[in-house]
Design a protein around this ligand. Structure first.
Ligand code: NAD
Length: 420
């Protein structure tokens, strides 16, 4: 099939590259000229394990453009633009609205076409925001002249290609059967359950999933904070819990809290949506409160040993919000570095992939070209992200606050685990 992707960020690029790998022709449309040029010169715009290989393998089937008229040469358009937070936590639909307008204008000139919303949008958005804009600017009718689906994306950064190619499930929210059938056809060879629903159910499945996963992390962190006071290792507790099939082992790794571009903004957006409906979502609010405080526990522990951090050299290992990505959005390292700077510490930092992104936020801290150098130049070290390479370093004469349970107590002069 011929596919256009609107918004070639994380989700858009992975979606485009993976559909190309499956034999489709893909045109990536973005408003960011730098991204478009980079893609056309054969370079992926983000780091993600395995992306470069399959991107380069499929160069003939992937093109990028700033011109929305490219949609005319395609059968399906996926809208993958960002849906960030407004200052009050509610969802900002500006990019969705402007992308829908641009798509609508092109649909005016086109025969039947399927528009698929892949961005995460709060329930009712596709029906009440996207479709009216598409109809207005195309001067056509949904269900007759064009189809609409809502197809949430569940990929995880760090394993995005695998998650896209071998998903746990595919959710197709459909305006009508014709739209759903067309999208189903694109996904028909995937070996996973394909759930077909109405539009707002598909939107809610994405929010309920992210809210549940965020809750699982805040829950285990809360258990971990209690365990820390009791001298109990939360990792043993989590292991014992996880054998229960109803609980499972995944997402029970206590640490400095969740980051990433999605969990916080999606939980906030759901809170705001619920409140607009007259419902107060107490669990969701607690999930965010626990997460807000969690990274700073590492500094509280550090202060047991270095009461005054002024002019103390503190190493921060790991800046991305999780390993195998260069994404620092909402990373616990941001809160930690901010706090260290407030306390006038000298911050030494290292990350295998995320230093360039971090430098944009914190240009004036010290960056090291290796983790060992960073350790050697610091009095104390905070392990914030669980990159594999942090496991086998020499921490022997340092104070180590381990946020990820990745080194043993014996490896450091003084060792504190965040929740153990
Ligand atoms: P991103 O910020 O990386 O990329 C968005 C892209 O859209 C940018 O390249 C931007 O230039 C482009 N854009 C903005 N407005 C545009 C317009 N009017 N026309 C064309 N392009 C436009 O965002 P992302 O992380 O890929 O997320 C996209 C959506 O997918 C969000 O709703 C997000 O919640 C959801 N999502 C993200 C992930 C993830 O892990 N990143 C996972 C699942 C779902």
């Amino acid at each position: 099939m011929k596919i256009s992707i609107i918004g070639t960020g994380y989700v858009g690029l992975i979606t485009g590259v993976c559909f190309a790998e499956l034999g489709n022709n893909v045109i990536c449309i973005d408003i960011n000229e730098e991204k478009v040029n980079k893609i056309n010169s054969g370079e992926p715009t983000i780091y993600e394990r395995g992306l470069e290989e399959i991107f380069k393998k499929n160069l003939e089937r992937i093109k990028a453009s700033l011109n929305f008229n490219e949609i005319l040469n395609t059968d399906i358009t996926f809208i993958c633009v960002s849906t960030p937070e407004n200052p009050d936590g509610s969802i900002n639909l500006d990019y969705i609205k402007s992308a829908s307008e641009s798509v609508g204008k092109v649909l005016k000139e086109k025969g039947y076409h399927l528009v698929v919303v892949k961005s995460t949008v709060v329930p009712e958005t596709t029906e009440k925001v996207v479709i009216p804009i598409l109809e207005k600017f195309s001067e056509k009718n949904v269900g007759e002249d064009f189809g609409v689906c809502m197809n949430p994306e569940f990929l995880k950064e760090g394993s995005a290609i695998k998650d896209f190619m071998e998903p746990d499930r595919i959710v197709i929210g459909e305006f009508d059967k014709k739209s759903g059938d067309m999208l189903f056809n694109l996904y028909k060879d995937f070996k996973c359950p394909i759930l077909r629903t109405d539009l707002k159910t598909a939107e809610m499945i994405k929010y309920a999933s992210n809210a549940f996963l965020s809750m699982k992390i805040s829950f285990i962190n809360e258990m971990g904070n209690i365990c820390k006071k009791l001298g109990i290792n939360i990792y043993k507790v989590a292991e014992g819990m996880g054998y229960d099939e109803r609980i499972g082992h995944k997402f029970l790794r206590a640490g400095p809290g969740f980051g990433g571009s999605c969990f916080k903004k999606d939980v906030n957006a759901l809170i705001k949506k619920a409140e607009s409906l007259g419902y107060e979502p107490k669990i969701l609010k607690s999930v965010l409160e626990v997460n807000e405080r969690q990274p700073l526990k590492m500094i509280e522990l550090l202060k047991k040993y270095l009461q005054n951090l002024k002019n103390k050299k503190i190493g921060v290992l790991g800046l991305s919000f999780k390993p195998e990505t260069d994404d620092i959005r909402e990373s616990p390292a941001i809160k930690i570095v901010k706090k260290l700077l407030e306390e006038e510490a000298i911050v030494n930092a290292y990350d295998p992939k995320a230093m360039n992104n971090f430098k944009k936020l914190f240009p004036n801290i010290n960056y090291f070209s290796s983790a060992q150098d960073c350790i050697e130049n610091s009095e104390a070290v905070l392990i914030v992200t669980d990159w594999d390479e942090f496991k086998d370093l020499d921490y022997s004469d340092k104070i180590v606050i381990d946020g990820r349970y990745i080194i043993s107590k014996e490896k450091a002069k003084i060792y504190e685990g965040i929740c153990w």
